[in-house]
Design a protein around this ligand. Structure first.
Ligand code: ZN
Ligand code: ZN
Length: 367
């Protein structure tokens, strides 16, 4: 299982908190909690909060009725103290009592606003800041087990793409194809379908189109961008572009430039280069082909326990890639009213280059 080393992750977070001069980090159910202690808690109206003081032992404050579930997770084997609260207790003052002298706390970016404000009321003199920067630094650099998990997720979604050409038949709707794809995403080993984009013809020109009742026709270009969550929490995300019969005139030349752009960005990516330079490596190719204004989004995003997380592969992000950083490389081009195209692979920075988690052919697939 990825992320066995929760004690080391908590210690690293405490180090980050001390360096930043933060007295405690408060983590709600969500990807940060799962990353730090392996507890995949459901976000509920009742407060569950991991309290990580800059020095001293972390404590999980949890509703009494959730304690067994928490202890059945890696929280139990970690030896983490669980402080239960009863139905009539005020859980926010319980959190405050764990860090009585705190002057500043960092709150997990995903904590619900109602909990943030209740904590402010319970700890009125305490400064609240975001914990994202403290946690992202380690979450961005995947360890060996996490890299394996992302490669397994990539192999699973590749199997779905392998079946897509057989689903893209003229006369079917995007919605029908999307439902088949969703079933396949589960069949290949995911526990959840995160998104299914089947953008046919003009719908492909909208990068975040999902599915519609549009009927597939011969001559359509179809963008299929799909992803799900594996049992260990790690995500897949992969795009391929298909043509039903012959693609419209002029499409093939543009698609060839896209392939070159995507390959150039993957070839450029390695530890030591900036995120923005990876974006630039793709963009310069499309600009040279006169398609710069058709590439309307960033080149990629980090991926792990969330589909979109740091690092973002975008102009202006001067973060330098390090070994273990995992992200998508997904340039595209979009022609309003006609079609779109995108090629997306997940890659993981490794010594001197990247490991590519998606390995289906990147040529235009004619269905
Ligand atoms: Zn995608
Ligand atoms: Zn993506």
């Amino acid at each position: 299982m990825p992320g066995g080393d929760h004690a080391a992750r908590l210690a690293a977070l405490q180090h980050e908190a001390r360096t930043a001069g933060i007295d405690a980090v408060l983590v709600a159910p969500g990807p940060d909690l799962r990353y730090l202690v392996g507890y995949d808690a459901v976000p509920l109206e009742r407060l569950t909060c991991l309290v990580v003081p800059a020095a001293g032992d972390p404590v999980l404050v949890a509703p009494r009725l959730e304690v067994l579930a928490a202890q059945a997770s890696p929280v139990g084997s970690l030896g983490l103290a669980v402080l239960p609260w009863g139905e009539l207790d005020d859980p926010y003052s319980v959190v405050a009592s764990v860090v009585p002298g705190a002057l500043s706390v960092a709150l997990d970016n995903h904590m619900w606003a109602e909990k943030v404000l209740a904590l402010r009321d319970a700890m009125p003199a305490v400064e609240q800041v975001l914990a994202g920067p403290l946690i992202a630094r380690q979450r961005m650099r995947k360890d060996a087990a996490e890299v394996e998990a992302l490669i397994a997720a990539g192999a699973a979604i590749d199997r779905v793409h392998e079946a897509v050409p057989g689903l893209l038949r003229p006369g079917r709707t995007e919605r029908e194809v999307g439902a088949d794809i969703a079933d396949l995403i589960i069949d290949v080993g995911h526990v959840r379908v995160d998104f299914v984009i089947v953008g046919s013809g003009p719908n492909g020109a909208s990068p975040h189109h999902e599915v519609s009742d549009r009927i597939l026709e011969r001559g359509d270009v179809v963008v299929v961008d799909i992803g799900g969550t594996m049992p260990d929490g790690y995500r897949s995300d992969c795009t391929r572009t298909y043509a039903i019969g012959e693609a419209p005139e002029g499409f093939a030349a543009r698609y060839e430039a896209l392939q070159q752009a995507q390959a150039a960005a993957v070839a450029h990516a390695r530890p030591g280069v900036t995120c923005e330079s990876v974006d630039g490596a793709a963009r310069v190719v499309l600009e040279a082909a006169g398609m710069g204004d058709l590439f309307i989004h960033r080149t990629g995003h980090g991926i792990g326990l969330e589909t979109h997380e740091e690092p973002y592969i975008v102009s202006g992000n001067t973060l330098v890639l390090e070994t273990g950083m995992a992200f998508s490389v997904e340039p595209g081009f979009y022609v309003e009213g006609s079609y779109g195209a995108r090629i997306e692979d997940i890659v993981i920075a490794t010594e001197g280059g990247v490991t590519v988690a998606n390995n289906r052919p990147r040529d235009l697939v004619v269905a």
